[in-house]
Each structure stands twice: as structure tokens, then as C-alpha cells.
Design a protein around this ligand. Structure first.
Ligand code: ATP
Ligand code: MG
Length: 553
């Protein structure tokens, strides 16, 4: 997909670096912390980083998948596996280049020792509160720690003892020695190591000191010879420290950090912490609930990976923070499925249609195109029988203006089959139409409407003899307001109570036999996917991916 003639500013920078010979190729990375499942925001970063590697493959470009697992308390292997599966599903491949930041613990340590020896780091014993307090604010310069000017030998010894486990958490930290009066508060002697007596999923109990993210990240990038380290805008003020670390540590390469704006979507919460809360409190069915903005959720919802990639491409890469309309994502999903998804018929709100002049016990085989514009998708067979299911709202007892479907005495075409004329109807005790009677017009199948007959609409149907009952889940947005994070009662208070409706529908027999994750358009209703987890051949379960048109407003 390269219909944009102009490169975004990051691709522009990379093109210049390659043309000037500054780099022979480009190496990017996608560095998730394995503390949750990936979401649609991550897709933007994945498409950018892996996309750049793909586009520059000729020069040997590549993108690393690096698990940023330096924080011992939060990571789980379940997340590592789900992240790998989601990146693959999106259509990207890290090849041999799978890394864990925790494999570099010894390297970060050596870099810290190097800084101490050069008078660029010191062990501090102030409490976290004191450190915070003494860093000052935008108007007030920070105050130096009483330990700031201690001898390097003393800090070296203390840092070794920190590693050896001689201190409790909070009794000592290692700080970079930069500038307590810097206008950028990040540069006021940031903490680079802290004590945490915690078990790590990879290194076990080998370490009780752990590097801070801001210190570890540039070192990870350098260790892997990353050329362009792409991150979101909130890291812009951290960039001077990123560069300071690279400039002052014994690193094998000099990566460059470039920031871009993160993806925000309306009607959505996107922080892993909040998504975890939805899962833990049972407010959704799990990380892969089709209402979740997680990649596993939208996959199960039936969003094609290609549509997600097209969406990220359309959103583009800029430095301007904004909120993207979730309708744009839904547009891309429809746009993709319109060409990619075969058509089938299903009836979601059934009422029986009896064709009185059709002999009981007989059926007629009808061949239907699978796609109106793509003959390569072939055809399928459905059976016409005396009794059919049609949608209840395709009949009106007293048709309103511009309603061209069934009503007493009216004609309508059964999709792909004959024209029928309504001859009567029954109501149940509650006054709801329970059965509609009609006669078919022989010779009208596959033929023009006969002279003198008014027939302006075609409706879908399923044979009441051959149709199969399917569980169908109709999804709507998970939140009722555009900005759930801003809701007075918190985002949980604005969960849409109608975001999931489960019904039993009638579907064509062929639909019952498909594999999980098979997508189609149920004509006139929307795009649906066979549920990845619960659909079984013969016992169909379908999720509505998206309605045909936006019905929200
Ligand atoms: P969250 O805030 O949702 O918890 P995170 O930034 O903490 O996300 P990480 O696992 O650290 O999650 O993110 C991995 C990469 O994905 C980072 O490079 C991060 O910048 C990027 N990323 C995360 N969220 C978005 C987003 N909404 N838009 C673009 N990139 C994102
Ligand atoms: Mg994070």
C-alpha cells in the first residue's frame, strides 16, 4: 500500500539517513512490556516499525520484537505468547530477531559501573519522597543530595553491595549525576537503579537491583544496533536523557530516538491497566472479548488484519496528538470485507412465510452467486421450500410511505428466486404477526418482473426446512460516550448495557459447516464471522463484525 506519494516525517528521516550513507540499512524495534495484551494503539506502532523494515528489506532492514521485561513485578508468560500471536496475526514477522530486555541485565550493570567510575553516577540514600521533593519544579531548581559528591570508590562499593542484597528496598538508589538546575526536570539526576527484592520471570532471584526504564531503554536499543528508535510523544522530554545515556555509556551503536503521536480512539479506553480492570472485574468476557480494543478482541470480532493495517496507514504518522473516530476503523473493515467476504443469507428476527401454491414436501434447487461482483468466488446452492423464514421487519400490516417490501396484497422478490404476493397473515395472542401467507408467481425466477406487477424490492430468506439455527452475537460499542476516560463516575460507569445481544437466527445450511474465523456478509444485515473460540461445524456461532452502515447516530 503506497498510495501516499509523500513519506511521513519518520520515513523521510530514514530515507535521508540511508541516502547519505549514515546508515547502510535501518533497524527498528517494537518493544512491548509483557504486562497485558496488545491493543489497537500498539497496532500503529507495529505497522510503523515492521512496515519500515519491510519497505527497506532490500538493504537488509529488519525489525526486532523485544520484550521490555526489566520490571520484575508485572510480567507474565501468557502475555508474551499472546503478543507474539497478535504480531503474527497482523501480518508481521521478526524472524530470528526476538529479544528479551532482561537478557541484558549484566550489560546495564556494567554501564552503571562505568558511569560511577567516571563521576557520572552516585548512590543516594534519600527516601523516594525526599528525592522527589529535592528535584524542584519548573520554577525552582533542585537541591543536590547530601550524597551527590561522595567519592566514586564509595559509590562503587555501595552499588556492589546493593547488588549483593545488603540493603532493603528504598535504602539506596543509583542516580545519574547530571544537572540539578536543568530546565528539564528529567535531567535533574534521574534515578537509574532501584532495589527490588522481587522474583523475575526470566532471571529468577539472580538480581535484586533493577534498572529504570529511561536508563535501560537506550541501552537495549544500542545493544541491538537499533538505528531509529520510534516511540510516542510522551517520551520527547526524556530524549535528552536517552542521548546522555548513549553518549556516556560504553555502547556498541548510537540509536536515535524519534517521537510520533499515539493513536487515540473515541468510544474506547486504551490503557492496558484499564483493559485489565475490565477483564478482572468480569465486565467483559476476557481479553479477547469481541468488544475489546485488544488485537485478540478485534480479531475475534472479525476485523481482518488487512483492514487494521489499512486503518493505521490512513491515520498516518505525525507529531500532532488527536483523537481518531472509531468510525474510520469500522469504515476500513467494511471496505475490506465488501470485496473479500462472500455473501450468504441469514434471518435474525424470523417470521414464517408460507407459500400456499407451493406443494408441501417439494423443493427447488437454486444456484446463487457468492459475490455480486466477483465471479471467481463461485456459487452455492440453496433450496426453495413451501415454508421459509423472513425478517419480521420486511412485512408491514399497514405499509408506511416508501416501504416497498411485503404488505397485504403486495409483491416482493425473494432474493435470487421467485416473486411472491402476500395473501394474508396471522397474529399471535400478543398481537405480533406470527405467520404470513403468500403465493408465488411461476416463471418469475431469474426473470424480469411481469407486466402489470409492482415489485420494487428483494428480501432475503432461509428455508424453514433446510435452515440451521445459529447463535448470533450482535455487538455494539462498549462505551456510551465519546471519551469514557473523562466520565465523572469513571470509565466503568459508562459501559454500554446493550453492547452485547445474543439471539438465535436461521442461517443457510452451508454456513453451519464453515471453519472458525470464516467471514461473510449476511445479505442486507452486515458482516459476520464464525466465532474463533466457540463456533463448531454443525453448531454455528457467529459474531457480527460490523453492520452494513453506521446505525449509531
Ligand atoms: P499502555 O499505555 O496502553 O499501557 P504502553 O505504552 O505502556 O501502553 P508498551 O507495552 O510499553 O505499552 O508499548 C509498546 C510500544 O507500543 C511502545 O513503543 C509504545 O510507544 C507503543 N504504543 C502503546 N500505545 C500506543 C498507542 N496508543 N499508539 C501508538 N503507539 C503505542
Ligand atoms: Mg508501558
Amino acid at each position: 500500500m503506497s498510495d501516499t506519494p509523500k513519506l511521513d516525517f519518520i520515513r523521510e528521516i530514514i530515507a535521508v539517513d540511508l541516502a547519505s550513507g549514515k546508515h547502510a540499512t535501518t533497524i527498528t524495534r517494537f518493544p512491548p512490556e509483557p504486562n497485558g495484551y496488545l491493543h489497537i494503539g500498539h497496532a500503529k506502532s507495529i505497522c510503523l516499525n515492521f512496515g519500515i523494515a519491510q519497505e527497506n528489506a532490500a538493504s537488509g532492514a529488519r525489525c526486532h520484537l523485544r520484550f521490555d521485561d526489566t520490571n520484575p513485578s508485572k510480567e507474565e508468560t501468557e502475555y508474551v505468547e499472546s503478543i507474539k500471536a497478535d504480531v503474527k496475526w497482523l501480518g508481521f514477522d521478526w524472524g530470528e530477531h526476538l529479544f528479551f530486555a532482561s537478557d541484558y541485565f549484566e550489560f546495564y550493570y556494567e554501564c552503571a559501573v562505568h558511569l560511577i567510575k567516571n563521576g557520572l553516577a552516585y548512590v543516594d540514600h534519600q527516601t523516594p519522597e525526599q528525592i522527589k521533593e529535592s528535584r524542584g519544579n519548573l520554577n525552582v531548581a533542585g537541591t543536590p543530595s547530601p550524597w551527590r559528591d561522595r567519592a566514586a570508590e564509595e559509590s562503587l562499593d555501595l552499588f556492589a553491595r546493593m547488588r549483593a542484597g545488603e540493603f532493603k528496598e528504598g535504602e539506596a538508589v543509583l542516580r545519574a549525576k547530571i544537572d540539578m538546575a536543568s530546565p528539564n526536570i528529567v535531567m535533574r539526576d534521574p534515578v537509574i537503579y532501584r532495589i527490588m527484592h522481587a522474583h523475575h520471570h526470566n532471571t529468577g532471584d539472580a538480581w535484586c537491583i533493577y534498572p529504570m526504564y529511561d536508563f535501560a531503554h537506550p541501552l537495549e536499543d544500542a545493544k541491538e544496533h537499533i538505528t531509529h528508535s520510534l516511540c510516542t510523544l510522551e517520551f520527547e522530554i526524556h530524549r535528552p536523557f536517552y542521548d546522555w545515556t548513549i553518549d556516556n555509556c560504553p555502547v556498541p551503536a548510537k540509536p536515535r530516538q524519534i517521537e510520533f503521536s499515539r493513536l487515540n480512539l473515541n468510544y474506547t479506553v486504551m490503557s492496558k491497566r484499564k483493559l485489565l480492570q475490565l477483564v478482572k472485574e468480569g465486565l467483559v468476557g476476557g481479553w479477547d472479548d469481541p468488544r475489546m480494543p485488544s488485537l485478540s478482541g478485534i480479531r475475534r470480532r472479525g476485523y481482518p488484519a488487512a483492514a487494521v493495517r489499512n486503518f493505521c496507514h490512513r491515520v498516518g504518522i505525525t507529531k500532532f496528538d488527536g483523537i481518531t473516530d472509531v468510525a474510520l476503523l469500522e469504515f476500513e473493515v467494511r471496505d475490506h470485507l465488501n470485496t473479500a467476504a462472500p455473501r450468504r443469507m441469514a434471518v435474525l428476527d424470523p417470521v414464517k412465510l408460507v407459500i400456499e401454491n407451493w406443494p408441501a414436501g417439494t423443493s427447488e434447487d437454486i444456484e446463487l452467486d457468492n459475490h455480486p461482483k466477483d465471479p471467481a468466488m463461485g456459487t452455492r446452492h440453496v433450496a426453495m421450500t413451501r415454508e421459509l423464514w423472513i425478517e419480521a421487519d420486511d412485512f408491514q400490516e399497514e405499509p408506511e410511505k416508501k416501504f416497498y417490501r411485503l404488505g397485504p396484497g403486495r409483491h416482493v422478490r425473494l432474493r435470487g428466486a421467485h416473486i411472491v404476493k402476500c395473501t394474508g397473515f396471522e397474529k399471535d395472542a400478543a398481537g405480533k404477526v406470527s405467520e404470513i401467507r403468500c403465493e408465488y408467481l411461476p416463471g418469475t425466477m431469474g426473470a424480469d418482473t411481469p407486466e402489470g406487477v409492482q415489485c420494487k424490492a428483494a428480501i432475503h430468506w432461509v428455508s424453514a426446512v433446510h435452515g440451521v439455527a445459529a447463535e448470533v452475537r450482535l455487538y455494539d460499542r462498549l462505551f456510551t460516550v465519546e471519551d469514557p476516560d473523562a466520565a465523572e463516575g469513571g470509565f466503568v460507569s459508562v459501559i454500554n448495557p446493550d453492547s452485547l445481544k445474543t439471539i438465535t437466527a436461521w442461517v443457510e445450511p452451508s454456513v453451519a459447516e464453515v471453519e472458525p474465523e470464516w467471514s461473510c456478509q449476511f445479505e442486507r444485515l452486515g458482516y459476520f464471522v464464525a466465532d474463533r473460540v466457540q463456533h463448531l461445524p454443525g453448531k454455528p456461532v457467529f459474531n457480527r463484525t460490523v453492520a452494513l452502515r453506521d446505525s449509531w447516530k
